[in-house]
Design a protein around this ligand. Structure first.
Ligand code: FES
Length: 281
């Protein structure tokens, strides 16, 4: 069993994590401006990952100055420790919002990631206080511990993204077929309903018929891959049933936590069959 297997199956924090998730979701509910802000919906990119570079970057720079800067570097290294502490606040807020959407193994990994980062933050806060009091040696020792913890946390965060596909665009390879491809019989399309279809080459398609117009987009939600046809249609808005991301009928992103819109497909009816292709018009 690998280390990541062990971490993914570490369920001792499941109960408290569930309660904390509920609390975070109440403070930052789906569809709210706060959720969009923390998710990065406004930026069309998750906000948490770039912020995570600032915190350990500042702390590692502080330690570098400790090692290379001699006595003259005391003030600069303390300021770099302080900069990392300040940057940790928005980083933690965006991370908590992202974490509140996770379940199962991903939530466990996210919980351990958060505990490790919180420990590092506490150690660096103590380090800053010790440095301020003139106890630089103690401050450096605490910073070494903190950088170790935040490095471990970063590794887990990396595994969440690269190993578990958390925070990535789940429609990145869902452009749709290049040529017109049959999806379903046009008689199976009910007006004003979310209808799921699939092309012969495996593209899952969401179809919405509105009178004479048919809209089509990738059925796999950009946020975490849930099937949009299991969500709801509210006027001209498709709302994902998992975490509440909202899209127009043309796939444009309205509300997060998704940070990408849905790939849109061209649609036509040919001999009673609904066909789609990669959106061009
Ligand atoms: S999967 Fe999270 S909002 Fe759709």
């Amino acid at each position: 069993m690998t280390i990541t297997d062990r971490l993914e199956n570490f369920d001792a924090m499941d109960r408290i994590a569930g309660r904390l998730q509920e609390a975070v979701s109440q403070v930052v509910p789906a569809g709210s401006r706060a959720k969009d802000a923390l998710s990065g919906t406004w930026l069309k990119h998750p906000v948490h990952p770039p912020l995570t570079d600032v915190v350990p970057g500042s702390w590692l720079s502080g330690l570098s100055v400790d090692v290379l800067g001699g006595e003259e570097g005391a003030r600069a290294s303390r300021r770099l420790v302080g900069l990392g502490i300040l940057a940790a606040l928005p980083t933690a807020a965006t991370g908590a919002s992202d974490w509140s959407d996770l379940i199962g193994k991903d939530r466990r990994l996210g919980s351990i990631h958060a505990v490790a980062n919180s420990t590092a933050l506490a150690a660096q806060t103590l380090s800053w206080v010790e440095r301020r009091r003139g106890h630089r040696g103690r401050g450096v020792a605490l910073s070494v511990m903190a950088v170790g913890m935040s490095s471990a946390a970063a590794w887990i965060g990396g595994h969440l993204s690269f190993g578990r596909a958390v925070g990535v665009n789940h429609t990145a390879v869902e452009d749709g077929p290049e040529e017109w491809t049959a999806v379903l019989d046009s008689a199976d399309l009910a007006d004003g309903e979310l209808t799921a279809g699939q092309t012969s080459d495996g593209f899952d398609v969401l179809l919405v018929k509105r009178g004479a117009v048919i809209h089509a987009m990738a059925d796999r939600c950009a946020h975490m891959g849930c099937p949009l046809h299991e969500g709801e249609l509210d006027g001209n808005i498709v709302r994902c049933g998992c975490h509440g991301s909202e899209f127009t009928l043309d796939g444009a992103l309205v509300h997060g936590p998704a940070t990408n819109g849905q790939p849109r497909f061209d649609v036509r009816i040919s001999a009673g069959t609904v066909e789609v292709r990669k959106g061009r018009s």
